[in-house]
Structure formats: C-alpha cells, structure tokens
Design a protein around this ligand. Structure first.
Ligand SMILES: [Zn+2]
Length: 428
C-alpha cells in the first residue's frame, strides 16, 4: 500500500512537471514497473524467487524478490502464475481466417483488400491479447502489401497489435500456385507473386522496395501429376533469390513439404523451413548442420483435416496426420532446432497456443515448447539480442499466465497480463 501511495505521488508530480513540456510520451519513458509471479521462464530456464524491473520500454534488471522494491515503481504481482517473455508467433497469416468459415479461394478472390485489412486489424489485437507480442507474418495471400501498412498502423499506435515482420506477397513459380481450377481464358489473381529464372531478381528487389522484411518462397507446392507436393524452383533459382535477398540484409524463408524441396532450400541458405510434412531424420540432420530452424505448422494440418470431415479422437488418424506425427518425431530425433509456427489464420487468431498444445501432443517437452515460442523464434527473426528472453537491456515484452506452463502447456491460454514495449495492453 505504501508503494502504491508513492506511486500515485510519483505519477501526479510527473504529470505536473511534464504538463509544462506537454509530453505524455516522456512520462511513459520514465515509468517504472516491478513485476513478479511465483516463477519466471526467462526464455531458457524456469526460475523462482525473481522479479523484473522495467523502465520505459526496457527490462532494467532481474532481482531477487527479497530485494527492496524500487521507489515509485508500479507493482504487478501474481500468485500461482508464471512470468514469460512476450510470446512470438513464427508463422502467421493475419490476412486469413479459418477456411471452415470461408474457403481460401473465396477469401483471396472475392474479398477486397480493404475488407481483409479491417479483419486483419481485429486479428492483430486478438493475437496481442493472447500474449503474442511479436509475429512473423508469412504473406497476405492476395492482399498485396497491406501487411506493410498493418505493421505501420501498429507501430504508429493507430491500432493495437503485435510487433510484426512481414513478407508482403511472397514468391511462387509460374504454374504452381492457386487459386486453381478456373478457365484459363480468365485471368485469375494469385495468392502470391509468380516469377522464374532471372526475373526473380527484379521481383525480389520490388518486394523489398514495397516493404517486405524477408522474402518468402514456395519451394514446392501441390502441383505434381497426382496433386502431390513437388519442388517448384531449381536449386540455382533458390540460390539466386538467396543472393539478391541477403545482399539487402534480409533473409529467405521457404515453404517446403517434400524432401527434395527441403534439401534445395537448406542448400540455398533458407533461415527457416515451413511445414516439412515429409521431413525425415536425414533431412532434419541436414537442417541442423546448416543452422536452419524448422517451423512445423502442426495445427494447420490438424485443423484442415478436421474441416474436411475428420473427427479427431473418434476416427482413426488419416494419412496426412500420421505423416505429420512421423515427421515431427523425426525432427525431434534429428536434433534440428524447432520453432513455434502454427500457420495461424487457418485456425482462429488468438488461438496460437493450439500449435503449442499439438507440439506437446506430438511428443515435445513443455519447457522446450516454451523455448520454441520465445528464444528460438526470436533467433529465427534475428531478434535474439532484444526479444525472446527476460534479460537486462531487452525490450519489455512480458506476459503473465496462470499456473505453470512448463507442467501443462495449455496454461499459456490463461493470460493474465500482457506488456509490449513497456506498455500494458491487458491486466486482470
Ligand atoms: Zn503459411
């Protein structure tokens, strides 16, 4: 109570002082928070008896609970709860929503970019309030570079949402991507930008100019004779994309399910491989050798199969689910670094935890899943020096969940508090 009173005085005098300067932002920069819970996951380990001191948008220090609370600090303390770094979604599509509501073709072809952007702004807020303070968005799927504007709207504080890295349109090879099955006399817009050969140079540079933070490539797609996943770009094309992309200080990330597309993506220098449905131990080891991070997107497969009629828990596992389980086991056995990316958008935004629950169901220990969604994903986004850890000097992205998620990963659903960049967006 004493600290609370001091805090009121601090805020009152600060407001008086700063009122003359006329800057509320300056007040936030001075704001001091003292956060604590029963335990704290720091991005690597679970610790007890710790508290975090935040000033402005930075974590200043981690202290023992026994140490005195700094004067003027706002105290945020939770019982039977865990303090976590802000969670990071590794594979999102904020411009999509579940296909059992509206199928992908209809979203891409019939909905205007304006409507889709309004939806995306709602999805952004749902994501943030679920404790995901950062998101890597893997393509608008037909909404152009609206993700670049969405990211700016969040940065400019026009709307509430997570910190974003965006892909823009993403790149596919001619003939491989959808929407498909329409009369070819009709010019149908694609869910991504088609380019091939030397034409890739111009497209990569244009995507960079339009605001892409990284280049997303479809290294394979369902365009085999029987509709199976087959490689799209040649190894040389992927190497060309990689060279142009990295020259600009950006990275290439690859959608790849087939073994051959994964092999090409790894050899070309992709930082992450998305999906990996046919991943085997050999491929996992090659990824490990090249320092590639694997984003499994288990939830996308699980949900799409259910949308097609699979009654999970009643019917036997269909072939694609059996394969997904097998590939995830192979990934675990190979020792490849596994991130957390669910392909959220296929399933509801704000329900990102579903991927973490499936990772647990498929055999990954809960503490490793917490790492995947924090420190590993921070590394995948090249943010390892500022996010994904609770460490002095890092950005103040902090989340409190009820209970102990290292015992039961579903506890990550019980979000009590969300702080992003030192600003509290949710507090129960
Ligand atoms: Zn995706």
């Amino acid at each position: 109570m004493v600290h609370f009173m001091k805090n009121i005085k601090f805020s009152f005098y600060s407001l008086m002082l700063l009122g003359c300067v006329g800057s509320l932002v300056a007040l936030n920069a001075q704001e001091l928070h003292y956060l604590t819970a029963d335990r704290m996951f720091d991005g690597e380990r679970m610790l007890e008896g710790k508290a975090v001191i935040v000033q402005g948008n930075k974590i200043v220090s981690i202290v023992d609970k026994a140490a005195p609370i700094p004067q003027g600090a706002q105290v945020i303390a939770y019982r039977d709860a865990t303090l976590l770094p802000g969670l990071i979604e590794g594979h999102a599509h904020l411009f999509l929503y579940p296909y059992n509501i509206t199928d992908w073709d209809t979203q891409v072809l019939k909905e205007t970019d304006a409507l889709r952007t309004i939806r995306a702004s709602v999805h952004a807020r749902q994501t943030l309030l679920a404790g995901f303070t950062s998101v890597r968005d893997l393509g608008t799927e037909g909404a152009g570079y609206a993700d670049v504007s969405l990211k700016k709207a969040i940065l400019d504080k026009i709307i509430e949402g997570p910190r974003m890295l965006v892909a823009g349109r993403a790149i596919v090879s001619t003939g491989s991507y959808g929407p498909k099955g329409y009369d070819h006399d009709q010019k149908i817009m694609l869910g991504a930008e088609a380019a091939d050969g030397n034409g890739l140079i111009q497209v990569v540079r244009d995507q960079i100019w339009q605001g892409a933070d990284f280049i997303k490539i479809y290294a394979d797609y369902r365009w085999g004779l029987m509709g199976e996943d087959q490689p799209t770009f040649t190894l040389d094309e992927l190497k060309l994309i990689q060279e142009v992309t990295t020259s600009s200080g950006r990275v290439m990330v690859c959608h790849a399910k087939s073994k051959e597309a994964m092999r090409r993506a790894i050899l070309a220098g992709a930082v992450t491989i998305e999906h990996g449905d046919f991943l085997d131990e050999e491929t996992g080891k090659l990824m490990k050798e090249h320092g590639v991070i694997f984003m499994p997107t288990i939830a996308a497969v699980d949900k799409i199969t259910q949308y097609r009629g699979w009654r999970k828990g009643i019917d036997a596992d269909p072939e694609n689910v059996i394969r997904k389980k097998k590939s995830f086991k192979a990934a675990l056995a190979s020792g490849v670094t596994i991130g957390m990316g669910g392909d959220v958008g296929v399933f509801p935004h704000g329900d990102n935890v579903m991927e973490m629950e499936l990772m647990a169901e498929y055999g990954m220990p809960a503490l490793e899943i917490l790492k995947a969604a924090t420190s590993v994903n921070a590394k995948a986004m090249n943010w390892q020096d500022k996010l994904g850890h609770i460490k002095a000097g890092y950005l103040a992205d902090l989340v409190v969940v009820q209970g102990d998620p290292s015992k039961q990963i579903a506890q990550v659903r019980q979000v009590k508090m969300v702080m992003k960049d030192g600003v509290i967006y949710k507090k129960e």
